[in-house]
Design a binder for this molecule. Structure first.
Ligand code: ZN
Ligand code: ZN
Length: 343
């Protein structure tokens, strides 16, 4: 079978390897149809990921495929079904794992990132307990989006109920867009999404996020006043991973409000901790997702509550994996989600 390998920064090759090994009793063999290229994959391609820098790496933690074989003890899945799986490898015995917070396992590894290989290949083995069922009517593009959608599901649970609250999401790339869609779906009063690129704000509006601001042209403070009036906003989600977006959110959120950190910071940002203290702000981390987030991501996408089509910029076949990165590099401000068609 063929697989794409990131051998070192700026170099992806295709190679032929023997077919997958025999399945263990609890495993499924997926014929991969689609792999999504994630922002963190791009950080690895540039050699700039803050913690995932293992080469060579078969990337791919966002994927959809068809089950072609199941192990002898698998009960809930059978050949012909569509499926995907969480890419987490957790230890199961550290304190966070024991209290159910396995998304922050102290020994966490992620397939295709710092962990072992990912799904950028024709076949991929997944264990039943990390797999999720996918309704037949969902497209492989949708299935490959379940991973980032689950990030949206998880991060929007972190601050508690969003009902009746005004929300700002900084960054209208894939993650920011999906976070904002979840904030809308979870009953936020108004959701404002910001970006420096108009085309991403257009995509946000196509996904049902009506309030947008280009913060290259309008400050967040002005945009918030325009959209929320004197009500202000109570929750902010930082999905850029950059100092200015974080600074604006912390300065703008209502006293006593909450800022959730989702972006990956290539450079460590500076935060005025005195300001946090005086205004009693809550700053929350959000790390990936748990199984229930995957289940909700599948359910809400299947029902059409979460939209993915406007987010997909372009498809490349597996043989052109490297071209996909070159495309992303050349269109870094415009490209949102790039898909690799494996089958
Ligand atoms: Zn990802
Ligand atoms: Zn653990």
């Amino acid at each position: 079978m063929r697989q794409a390998v990131l051998t070192e920064p700026y170099n992806v090759i295709l190679r032929d390897v023997p077919p997958p090994r025999e399945l263990k009793p609890n495993e499924l063999l997926l014929k991969i149809h689609r792999v999504g290229v994630c922002g963190s994959d791009v950080h690895m391609y540039y050699g700039k990921h803050p913690f995932a820098n293992t080469y060579p790496m078969i990337q791919g933690h966002e994927y959809g495929g068809e089950i072609v074989r199941v192990g002898s003890a698998v009960k809930d899945f059978s050949p012909g079904m569509k499926a995907t799986a969480r890419p987490h490898l957790v230890c199961g015995h550290c304190a966070p794992c024991l209290r159910g917070q396995y998304n922050v396992c102290q020994n966490l590894r992620v397939e295709g990132c710092a962990g072992p290989e990912g799904s950028a290949q024709e076949y991929f083995i997944i264990p039943e307990d990390r797999a999720v069922h996918i309704p037949d009517h969902m497209t492989y593009d949708q299935v490959a989006m379940i991973e980032p959608i689950a990030v949206g599901a998880h991060s929007t649970r972190r601050p508690g109920s969003l009902e009746g609250k005004n929300v700002v999401v900084t960054g209208a790339g894939t993650i920011g867009n999906l976070v904002a869609q979840f904030a809308v779906a979870r009953g936020a009063k108004k959701v404002l999404i910001t970006d420096l690129v108009d085309s991403k704000l257009d995509i946000a509006r196509q996904c049902g996020i009506h309030e947008t601001a280009n913060t290259a042209k309008e400050t967040l403070a002005d945009a918030a006043k325009r959209v929320f009036g004197s009500d202000g906003f109570q929750v902010g989600f930082e999905a850029v991973g950059a100092q200015p977006a974080l600074t604006d959110l912390i300065a703008g959120v209502e006293n006593g409000g909450t800022v959730v950190i989702i972006g990956v910071y290539v450079r460590n940002p500076v935060v005025n901790m005195g300001f946090l203290g005086e205004h009693e702000l809550n700053v929350l981390g959000s790390m990936m997702y748990r199984h229930e987030d995957y289940l909700e991501a599948v359910d809400w996408t299947a029902k059409g509550i979460i939209k993915t089509t406007p987010l997909i910029s372009r498809h490349f076949p597996l043989e052109q994996y490297h071209d996909a990165y070159k495309f992303i590099e050349a269109h870094s401000d415009q490209a949102v989600k790039v898909m690799i068609d494996v089958a």
